[in-house]
Ligand binder design. Structure first.
Ligand code: OGA
Ligand code: MN
Length: 295
């Protein structure tokens, strides 16, 4: 059966059938999924029981894997998963839910804020692939917002205002919004801000999107409160219900999203229970500030 994609939200998100992603993909199937990503920006695959190795192998069809380093405060020796996997679970290396006051847990709560993965890196992420190994039975939904629809929905004046703006992104900014400010000097260096364009153009489709993220802490050349107020207003616009899909996880779902065209966040759940989610991330192709704007 060939790959088939059915749109499940009015503006984006496709549900994929006809493929077992634990097995090597044919070139045609990989191309169909890549085209689906360009078009739908989020793809949902059901009933895909994966090992970490199978998830990595499937991910490699879409580019180079971004190594999960310098993206959180968990030390190498405390990691539960290999560096090819971002650990998005609530677990420590002994597979136990993190304590309420655990520094790693409090830092990871930043995922409850709308963001685009690795927008705090000079070369930010292209795709993320999240596998739900053990899902929450209540809450713990992953919500997505279509940033192309959000861009298209701006009035003309705002569109010309945002066109050339450059923002600064850092994990220090997003975590600071929840009051997490306790860092070592080394972490402050690791998490120093990087610059990104506020409007991106997807090379393969020419579509523009708003590149927002809670990692944003300033707009270059603007007073900070004015910048953060403008970013807040744009974020409210971009995350209106009509642009948002909420994914309610079933065990063994894999959801794949384009960080250049969407934002996401996770909703609250009972953290005394295990939620084991594992992400592979595809590196982007270059810095966004040097992007050549489509005419
Ligand atoms: C992520 C993330 C969402 C979730 O994997 O990048 O933000 O549902 N997690 O845990
Ligand atoms: Mn994320």
């Amino acid at each position: 059966m060939p790959v088939a994609i059915r749109q499940i939200h009015p503006v984006f998100v496709g549900e994929v059938s006809g493929v077992d992603i634990s097995q090597p993909l044919s070139r045609e199937d990989a191309a169909a999924i890549a085209r689906g990503m360009d078009e739908f920006a989020v793809l949902v695959f059901h009933d895909q029981k994966l090992t970490d190795e199978q998830q990595v192998a499937f991910s490699r069809n879409f580019g180079e894997i971004e190594r999960s380093i310098a993206s959180n405060i968990t030390k190498m020796e405390d990691r539960r998963l290999s560096v090819e996997m971002a650990d998005v679970s609530n677990l420590d290396k002994n597979q136990k839910p993190l304590a309420r006051d655990s520094r790693a847990r409090l830092f990871n709560l930043g995922n409850r804020l709308w963001h685009s993965d690795s927008s705090f890196r000079a070369v930010p992420a292209k795709f993320s692939l999240l596998s739900g190994r053990i899902v929450a039975d209540k809450g713990g939904h992953t919500e997505f917002a279509d940033m192309r629809a959000a861009y298209d929905g701006l009035d003309e004046e705002t569109r010309s205002q945002v066109e050339e703006l450059i923002t600064e992104h850092s994990l220090l900014f997003s975590r600071g919004k929840l009051g997490f400010t306790d860092y070592t000097d080394e972490e402050r260096v690791t998490f120093r801000p990087v610059r990104q364009r506020l409007v991106r153009t997807l090379p393969s489709t020419g579509r523009k999107s708003l590149y927002l993220s809670s990692h944003i802490g300033s707009i270059v050349g603007w007073p900070v409160p004015e910048a953060l107020d403008f970013i807040r207003e744009l974020t409210e616009h971009a995350t209106q219900p009509k642009f948002v899909y909420s994914h309610k996880w079933r065990p063994n779902d894999l959801v794949m999203w384009d960080n250049r065209q969407t934002m996401h966040r996770v909703t609250r759940f009972d953290e005394t229970k295990v939620r084991d989610m594992r992400r592979t991330t595809i590196a982007g192709e270059g810095p966004t500030v040097e992007q050549v704007q489509a005419a």
